[in-house]
Design a protein around this ligand. Structure first.
Ligand code: IMP
Length: 426
């Protein structure tokens, strides 16, 4: 028997405050989704059928993040979703000079109709002077959206995530065994592929990954992996991998740790990837994506300090309007469905939707449930992005690369409860 050591989780650690050369609102959170794709908000959405379809991917790319379309669909349906993202208007808003409105107030409804958008950003020279909303839009959703849009635009000033032809960027999930799907997704315009396997560190899967990388000309992110050895084997057996998706069993809907007893918590998985990349001299070449269990900006910042270039979010985005699935009323509160891709319902759908899918295990490793409805994804993304700036500000890091030199400290369980709100009745 070999005891591999101790695995740290987000809750075991805190960020060590450091001397910051900038104010929090000046922190640059530009991250990487792949070797070649930089995004101004370092967030990818999980390829899950209750998180990312075309609507989510469009909203995220317009705001500076990027979506990864799930694969619980036929190849054709997944490829059509990719196409719809590539054909979408790249901006959810139009920029209109304030002076032009004074001259011609009729320009506003005309511009909204033209752009298909429901918000106009009013510019005073290069400065953002206001946001105008389409009056027919649901005020409950749009009020919050406008406030966060304002905060994002004035603080982070995100650039939409665009390809070289000015179209929105989008990723798509594939199994490494499904080269036909990978080719169809590339043809539809996907900018990168993300392998979607619970345990990529498997000889067959790595052999297929190597074939997959050679079969397409777009970048391929490999995952999921947890250990240093997993990363070393992946990078040696599948040359050309353009990113690492790290984390095993930390997902909020994941039951792997319980039913199969295996896990590498996301924070540890990122540290392991970093150690492998440093060993290979590739630390700043191949981005690490922290995937699973990220609940708030503090967790995201810890993952980045550990060595991630971006984070992947499932539950955090699943309650939004842009996630697939209906809003469900239970006892006067609003919810949306959220389920693991290895839950019984999701696996049944996958095998029904895709007769080529390759069931490798019969074990259910995910659960199905509900998450609170949280309104538009603009609000959620705003919370995460602005919180991340603040957290990196504490760490003394003006950008993600510099955050890799910041520190985390281990806290005791007592310390953990002390650094949360306590002894107050809410
Ligand atoms: P969350 O952000 O904590 O909800 O975690 C989302 C991540 O959980 C995804 O990006 C996947 O890596 C992982 N995941 C998705 N479905 C399952 C499942 O059924 N079992 C285990 N992990 C899953």
């Amino acid at each position: 028997m070999k005891l591999a050591g101790e695995y740290l989780t987000f809750d075991d650690t805190v960020i060590v405050p450091g001397l910051s050369p900038v104010e929090p609102h000046e922190v640059d959170i530009t991250g990487m989704a792949t070797k070649g794709i930089h995004i101004s908000i370092p967030i990818l959405s999980s390829p899950m059928d209750t998180v990312t379809e075309d609507r989510m991917a469009i909203a995220l790319a317009r705001l500076g993040a990027v979506g990864v379309i799930h694969r619980n669909l036929s190849r054709e349906e997944q490829a059509s979703m990719v196409k719809r993202v590539k054909e979408a208007v790249p901006s959810p808003w139009m920029e209109v000079p304030r002076a032009s409105i004074r001259e011609d107030p009729g320009i506003l409804p005309m511009r909204m109709a033209e752009s298909g958008s429901r918000a106009l950003l009013l510019l005073d020279g290069p400065r953002l002077a206001g946001i105008l909303l389409d009056p027919s839009a649901d005020p409950g959703v749009w009020h919050g959206k406008a406030v966060w849009l304002w905060r994002l635009m004035t603080t982070i000033k995100p650039m939409p995530s665009l390809d070289s032809e000015g179209r929105l960027l989008v990723g798509a999930a594939v199994s490494p065994y499904d080269i036909e799907r990978a080719k169809a997704l590339e043809k539809a315009g996907a900018d990168f592929l993300v392998t979607d396997v619970a345990h990529l560190h498997n000889e067959n899967a790595l052999g297929m990954l190597s074939r997959l990388v050679k079969s397409v000309s777009i970048e391929v992110v490999a995952g999921n992996l947890g250990t240093r050895e997993g990363v070393l084997d992946t990078l040696t057996k599948a040359e050309g991998v353009a990113g690492l998706r790290m984390g095993i069993s930390s997902g909020s809907i994941c039951s792997t740790g319980e039913v199969a007893g295996a896990a590498v918590p996301t924070l540890t998985a990122v540290l392991n990837a970093r150690s492998a990349l440093e060993e290979l001299g590739l630390a700043d070449k191949i981005p690490v994506i922290a995937d699973g269990g990220i609940r708030n900006p503090g967790d995201a910042a810890k993952a980045i300090i550990a060595g991630a270039s971006s984070v992947m979010l499932g539950r955090f985005l699943a309650g939004t309007l842009e996630a697939p699935g209906p809003v469900i009323n239970v006892g006067g509160k609003r919810y949306k469905p959220y389920r693991g891709m290895a839950s019984r319902g999701a696996m049944e759908k996958r095998h029904a939707a895709d007769r080529y899918s390759r069931p490798s295990k019969a074990l259910e490793e995910g659960v199905e449930g509900l998450v609170e409805f949280t309104g538009s994804v603009v609000t959620r993304l705003g919370e995460m992005a602005l919180g991340l700036q603040a957290a990196l500000g504490y760490a003394g890091a003006p950008n993600i690369r510099r955050a890799w030199s910041a520190s985390l400290a281990r806290v005791t369980p007592q310390g953990r409860s002390e650094v949360k709100p306590h002894d107050v009745i809410f």
